[in-house]
Design a protein around this ligand. Sequence first.
Ligand SMILES: *Cc1c(COP(=O)(O)O)cnc(C)c1O
Length: 494
Amino acid sequence: MTLVYQSTRDAKNTVSASQAILQGLATDGGLFTPISIPAVDLDFSVLKDASYQEVAKLILSAFLDDFTADELDYCINNAYDSKFDTPVIAPVVKLKGQYNLELFRGSTIAFKDMALSILPYLMTTAAKKHGLENEIVILTATSGDTGKAAMAGFADVPGTQIIVFYPRDGVSKVQELQMTTQTGANTHVVAIDGNFDDAQTNVKHMFNDEALRAKLAAKKLQFSSANSMNIGRLVPQIVYYVYAYAQLVKTGEIAAGDKVNFTVPTGNFGNILAAYYAKQIGLPVGKLICASNDNNVLTDFFSTGVYDKNRTFRVTTSPSMDILVSSNLERLIFHLFGNDAAKTAELMEALNTSGQYDIQGADADILSLFAAAFATEEETAAEIKRVYDESDYIEDPHTAVASAVYKQYVEQTGDQTPTVIASTASPYKFPVVAVEAVTGQSGLTDFEALAKLHEISGVALPPAVDGLETAPVRHNTVVAAADMQAEVERYLGV
Ligand SMILES: *Cc1c(COP(=O)(O)O)cnc(C)c1O
């Protein structure tokens, strides 16, 4: 029996895991979502001594069950190797009052590496399985981190091309340079005049455009996605929640069976949704705490049951969370109504036409797993400083949003459950913000701040940013958000 992945918007649109990975998004506009939860034996007396790769094998073989054991070994072993700066891959660090799960030890120093280092292997393996002759064109909108991590994974991978769109004024200088200096003959980076939501909406349009798909097919090309809308991104993210728990058991911080909370700095709702699936397969999770920045549409959603994107988009110091339409929430909505595609399609249509929807009648048990709050810019900076003062550790602004929200949560609820903060980026990716928060020094350039950060943290400059200042810029295309499709057609020659 293979696990069924169904479109959130059409009950008849069902595929296997490998097909879902190849397609990326369903052509009806929905997202492929597992409609049952596979059985996974989470025996922490064994898992506490398992390597990251072994935990990955356990989770991936359950969720991606039409891949063979050899195929998964090949993908896992090529993904989680010395591209990561520690053999632990995702270490748990104990700070005062919290545990930080470091998900930024891969080649682009953001958590996107956790899934994007394996996605190209999963995708090319799936293509081979299905005898695909078309070249795969990865079309991706990025709020800053996915773009670089996806290109790092797909650069020069035979049979693939990758096109990345990012909001010109919505990413840090380090993030931008990481992308515009990307090598690889099959990579194309485009800045847009618009924000991340514009980029993501237009990418979704292109996926759903039948005429465009036909033009591509005539040239033996087909789209897929490296965004967290692709289940091949989501499933590898389940792994580190299980692995983090195993590490806490191993170090004696908790006993097997004890509950743990996870606080996740959230944008597109992919990372926290992976934590939800970890809970569904039996990981002892208390609360999933959804942390937002000033773009607090999800905080309001969880407190009112109404999703309302009609609000001002704010550019913050945690740009990878500057999102008003959280794509993966659609998968939770689908589950909240008992995997009801018709209902989900109706709500997503409402979002499209009026910018809002109401989840009256949704599953209260699922909703009660979540807590949600947001941190302002001031609170985020203050949290970086607090953690530095108390634990001599520098968080990046996204992690600090989560950490600040967790602190609020404890003050409000008194919940003493051990809590893991998903630490999604290295402070080296956002050096100006990190240095200003710790030292009060403002007006530094990104590269002055990098040097300063090295001085105060004592942490070696990662290869991801070392030499970035002088690396040749290879991509400088800028288009209006409305011209994204024209740019894709021009670049692909269709
Ligand atoms: C992408 C990203 C997030 C948000 O993750 P989602 O899965 O989109 O919710 C948070 N922090 C960083 C650093 C990111 O790159």
